[in-house]
Every structure is written in structure tokens, then in C-alpha cells.
Design a protein around this ligand. Sequence first.
Ligand code: SLL
Length: 152
Amino acid sequence: IKRMKGISVSRPIIYGNSATPLHGKKVNDSDHTHRWTISVRGINNEDITYLIRKVAFKLHDTYENPNRVIEKPPFEVTETGWGEFDIIIKIHFNPISGEKPLTLYHHLKLHPYEEDGLGNPWPKQKPVTSYNYEEVVFNEPIDAFYNLLQEN
Ligand code: SLL
């Protein structure tokens, strides 16, 4: 294996969640209050399949099968629930890269913590969002992976 000595390549990804209240609409007779989606994606919805092989989202243990593995885009999980919790996101890169998986943590956000800044309450239908930007750095990538990064 040949590594690109002294070279680092970075690629941006976005991860996080959106959530909307169910406004009392019952889901399977549960006490769920929100529908939410946790996702990992490229910037401007760029295709990141060259980079990512699969994404594992570890949900709270109150969920059935809390370990959700998504093998193709969109790399996301949509669920309903009543509470906020930390989601462990494990990103497995394209095997050609030889890179170790990257683990990220995201606090699922359901409730707006702020008003709109003008003292008005959060609009009822407006989704609550919490997204983070991550610059993934590959240090001294394997040459085949380096070439792939240059092509994408
Ligand atoms: C708490 N830290 O203790 C939180 C945990 C867990 C949320 C929140 C489960 C939905 C279901 C769900 O919403 N769990 O499967 O019924 O408050």
C-alpha cells in the first residue's frame, strides 16, 4: 500500500436532525410527540457515496432495534418519539480508503430552545433543526483513495 506522504485531504459533511411536532396526532397509540429525521449528507446535497460505505445510527435503548445501519443514501433515519437523547453516528468509509470508522455524537433536538429573537414564540409548524458541519480530514491517504478524492 502506498500512502501520500505529507498530504491531507478534507471533505465536508453535514450531520444532524430536523423535528416536527405531531400536534396530538397519535402514532400507534403511543405517547410520541414528534417526528424526526437524523441524517448524514454532503454539502448542498452532494452525493457522498464515493466516500461513505454505510452509516450506523445508535438510537436510545427505548427504541426497537436501536442500531440502525443505512447502506445507501439517503443516510438517514426517520422516527417518532417523545424525548431528546444522544445519537451515536458511526460513519464507515469506502473500504478502498482503509480509513477507520468515524464516530460522531449528536444530541437529538425536538424543542426550540429560543424564541425567534424578537420575543415571538416559535411558529407551530416550523421544523426545529440542529445541524453540524464536520470537516473530515484524511491524513496521508492511500494513493487509490487519494485519486478517488480528486475525482469527486
Ligand atoms: C429522557 N434522555 O430520559 C431522555 C431519553 C428517550 C426517548 C429519551 C422512545 C420512543 C418509543 C423515545 O422517544 N425515547 O419507542 O416509544 O428523557
